[in-house]
Write a protein that binds this ligand. Structure first.
Ligand code: FMN
Length: 624
C-alpha cells in the first residue's frame, strides 16, 4: 500500500484520480476507476445539459453509493451557473473547477461538504489558488492531453509548486506508466491525475476507431491547437489550446485559426468528419503519453497496474538508491525503530531527565497535512531560528516578560515555542514553563538551548496549538510569540488559551500584524505566503481585539513597532525557493506608493532590498 494523502485521508486504494474528460469520461469510466481503487471523475463540457450530469452521476454512484468526482470549467460556469448547481446537487465527493479562478466557489462547495480541486498551470496560479482555500491542487503540465496553457511542462511545474504551497498536490500531464506514478510520488506529490492512459479503455464514450488510433499513435503525434475549438465554435478562451492527435485538419488549419473561423466549408467538413468517425479530420484529444498506450484494456486494469507497479518500483528502487555501507546500516536500523515508534503511537522527548510521551498519528485531514508541512518547513530551518537575531534577541522578549509580570509562582505555557527563546526568557520568573511546538526538530533545538543555559523548569511538549494536549484551568499565563500567524484557525487557538487558563489568567501575544488598510494587509500576507507557505495570516490589531473579546478576554495593546528586515536574510532563514524570492521582488517593484510608504520598502543602509514588518504585543486577561 502506498501512503499518501489520498490513501490515508481519502482511503483510496491507489493515489490515482481518473481525470475528468468532457465527452469521453462519464459515469461508466468514473465508476470503473473508483471500483479499481482510484477516484473516477465525470468531465462536463461547456455545452452539456444538466440532465446529463444527473444521469451520469447516477451511473458513477451505482446502487452501492460509490464515490466519484465531477470536473467543470470555470469559464463555462461563469455563463452557465446551472452546471455547477447540478454538479452540487449530484453530491460528488470532489468537484474540480479548472481553467479560470475557483476562488468564488470555495465557500459554497465547503458548505455542501464537497472538496474542491483545481488544475494549475504556473507557480503563481498555484500560490493564488492555495490562498483561495482549494483542497487539492493539480499541476497540469503542457504535455497533458486536452486543454491547458502552452506554458510550463509537468516536471518544472511540479517542483516549483511543491516547494511553494501547502495544499495536497497531484500531478497531471504525461503520466501513463508505473514509472511516472513513482516519479511523481518520489518528488513529493500526493498522487497522480491521469487522462490519456485511459483513452483506450472500453468504458470511455469514444469510438472503437478512436481507441485504435490512440493505440497506434506515437509520442510525437500530438499537437497543441485551437483549430478544433474554433471550427466547432466552442468558447474556450484563446489562451487554453488543446493537445490532440495531429491530423490533416490540424496540418491545414492550426496556423490559420482566424481564417478557419470565417470558413464555413471547413467547419462543415469537421462536423461531418465527427459524425462519420473520420479521424483523418476529426479530433481525438490526447497527451504526449499516448505513445505508452499500447492496447485497449479495461480502465480498472490500467489503474491497478499503475498503482501496484509504482509501489513495486518504489520499494525496489529506494532500497537500492538508499542502501548504506555496512557501518551505517546499524544507524539505519535505529532510525527505522524511531520511525516505527512514530507510526505506532508516540515519540519520546526527554526534558529535564523526564520523558514525555507525545501522541502521534499519521495525518488524516487537510488540516493535519498542513501541520505536517509546518513541521517539514521548520524542521529543516530549526537551527537558523536558534541564531536568528529577531528570534533570539528581539526587544519584544523583554516587553513580553514585563507584560507577563510574573511573581515566581506561575504555571506558564509558551505556545509555538519554536527554539524556546520565549520559554527561556520567562522561566526564571515562573514555577514551570511548558514549551509547546508542533515541530520536533525545533523542540530538540530548544532543549539543547535550555541545557546549555542550565535551565531546569522548562518541560518540552509536542502538540497542536488548536488542540492543546493540556488540562483545563491549570495555567496562569499563555505566551505566544511569532507563532500565531501560522495557526490554521486563530479563533480555535484562542479558545484553547481560554480553556487552559485560570480565571484572571493572562495571555501575552507578540506577533507580526497587518496594517488596517485592506490593500496593504493583502500585500503583506501575499509576500509572507510566498516566503513561507506555512504562513497563515498576519492579523490586524483590530482582528486580535475582537477575537480575544469573543473568547472572554479583555484585550489591550502593550506596544506596536516595526521590524526592519532585509529580503535576503529574511528568505534565506526559511529557505524560500528562488522562484518565490523573485516573485516577492517583483511584487516589491510593483507595489503602490501607499504600500511602499507604509511598509518602508526600499534599500537599507547596506544597499539591501528591505522592508519593515509591523508587529505588536497584545495582552488579554481572562475575565470569565
Ligand atoms: C480527452 C480529454 C478530455 C479532457 N477534458 C477535460 C475536462 O473536461 N476538464 C478538465 O478539467 N480536464 C480535461 N482534460 C485534462 C485532464 O483533466 C488532465 O489534465 C490530463 O488528461 C492529464 O494529462 P494526461 O492526458 O497526459 O494524462 C482532458 C484530457 C483529455 C485527454
Amino acid at each position: 500500500m502506498l501512503h499518501t494523502y489520498l490513501t490515508t485521508s481519502w482511503h483510496l486504494r491507489y493515489p490515482i484520480i481518473g481525470a475528468p474528460m468532457a465527452g469521453i469520461g462519464r459515469g461508466r469510466l468514473a465508476r470503473a476507476v473508483s471500483e479499481a481503487g482510484g477516484l473516477g471523475m465525470i468531465g462536463i463540457g461547456s455545452t452539456e445539459s444538466v440532465e446529463l450530469i444527473a444521469r451520469e452521476a447516477a451511473i458513477a454512484r451505482g446502487t452501492d453509493q460509490g464515490r466519484f468526482g465531477i470536473g467543470l470549467m470555470a469559464w463555462a460556469i461563469e455563463s452557465r451557473p446551472e452546471l455547477l448547481d447540478s454538479a452540487i446537487e449530484a453530491s460528488p465527493f470532489l468537484i474540480a473547477i479548472s481553467f479560470g479562478s475557483p476562488a468564488p466557489y470555495v465557500e459554497r462547495l465547503h458548505q455542501h461538504g464537497i472538496l474542491l480541486a483545481t488544475q494549475v498551470h504556473s507557480h503563481a496560479e498555484a500560490v493564488r489558488v492555495a490562498q483561495a482555500g482549494v483542497d487539492l491542487i493539480v499541476t497540469q503540465g503542457a504535455e497533458a492531453g486536452g486543454h491547458h496553457t502552452r506554458q510550463v511542462s509537468t516536471l518544472p511545474l511540479l517542483q516549483s509548486v511543491l516547494d511553494s504551497v501547502q495544499v495536497p498536490t497531484l500531478v497531471a500531464g504525461g503520466i501513463a506508466s508505473p514509472r511516472g506514478v513513482a516519479a511523481a510520488l518520489a518528488a513529493g506529490a500526493e498522487g497522480v491525475w491521469v487522462g490519456t492512459c485511459l483513452l483506450a479503455s472500453p468504458e470511455c464514450e469514444n469510438t472503437e476507431r478512436a481507441r485504435s488510433r490512440i493505440v497506434q499513435a506515437q509520442d510525437t503525434d500530438t499537437i497543441l491547437t485551437r483549430a478544433f475549438d474554433v471550427a466547432q465554435g466552442l468558447a474556450w478562451p484563446p489562451h487554453y489550446p488543446g493537445r490532440a492527435l495531429r491530423n490533416r485538419f490540424t496540418d491545414q488549419w492550426d496556423h490559420q485559426v482566424d481564417a478557419l473561423a470565417q470558413d464555413r466549408g471547413a467547419r462543415q467538413q469537421l462536423a461531418e468528419a465527427i459524425a462519420h468517425e473520420n479521424y483523418d479530420l476529426a479530433h481525438i484529444y490526447a497527451g504526449e503519453a499516448v505513445g505508452m498506450v499500447r492496447r485497449q484494456r479495461p480502465a480498472g486494469e490500467v489503474i491497478q497496474q499503475l498503482g501496484d507497479g509504482a509501489e513495486r518500483l518504489l520499494r525496489g528502487r529506494f532500497s537500492r538508491l538508499l542502501a548504506e555501507p555496512a557501518q551505517e546500516a546499524q544507524e539505519g536500523q535505529a532510525i527505522l525503530a524511531d520511525l516505527n515508534n512514530f507510526a505506532t503511537g508516540g515519540v519520546a522527548i526527554v526534558a529535564n531527565e523526564e520523558e514525555v510521551l507525545v501522541p502521534f498519528s499519521l495525518p488524516s485531514t487537510p488540516q493535519d497535512w498542513k501541520h505536517h508541512l509546518v513541521q517539514d518547513h521548520f524542521g529543516a530551518a530549526a537551527q537558523a531560528y536558534t541564531t536568528s537575531k529577531v528570534h533570539a534577541r528581539g526587544p519584544d522578549l523583554a516587553w513580553i516578560v514585563e507584560a507577563a509580570a510574573l511573581t515566581g509562582k506561575e504555571h506558564v505555557v509558551d505556545v509555538g515555542t519554536g527554539t524556546g527563546h520565549t520559554a527561556l526568557a520567562l522561566a526564571p520568573y515562573a514555577t514551570e514553563v511548558v514549551a509547546l511546538d508542533i515541530t520536533l526538530p525545533m523542540l530538540e533545538e530548544a532543549r539543547h538551548l535550555a541545557a546549555s543555559r542550565g535551565v531546569t523548569n522548562v518541560r518540552f511538549l509536542q502538540g497542536d496549538a488548536c488542540a492543546l494536549p493540556l488540562n483545563s484551568s491549570q495555567f496562569d499565563l499563555v505566551a505566544c510569540r511569532y507563532a500565531a500567524h501560522h495557526f490554521t484557525h486563530l479563533a480555535q487557538a484562542i479558545g484553547e488559551w481560554a480553556r487552559i487558563l485560570k480565571t484572571g489568567g493572562k495571555v501575552v501575544v507578540a506577533d507580526s500584524v497587518s496594517p488596517e488598510e485592506p490593500e496593504i494587509d493583502r500585500f503583506l500576507n501575499e509576500i509572507e505566503v510566498l516566503r513561507d507557505p506555512s504562513h497563515g495570516r498576519n492579523y490586524r490589531i483590530s482582528e486580535w481585539f475582537s477575537l480575544l473579546a469573543e473568547a472572554g478576554f479583555t484585550a489591550s495593546l502593550v506596544r506596536s513597532w516595526t521590524l526592519p528586515l532585509d529580503l535576503a536574510s529574511w528568505t534565506q532563514r526559511i529557505q524560500t525557493p528562488p522562484a518565490s524570492v523573485a516573485q516577492i521582488e517583483r511584487l516589491f517593484a510593483d507595489a503602490s506608493s501607499l504600500t511602499r510608504e507604509r511598509l518602508h520598502i526600499g534599500l537599507n543602509e547596506k544597499g539591501l532590498l528591505s522592508f519593515a514588518l509591523p508587529a505588536a504585543v497584545i495582552v488579554g486577561v481572562k475575565s470569565v
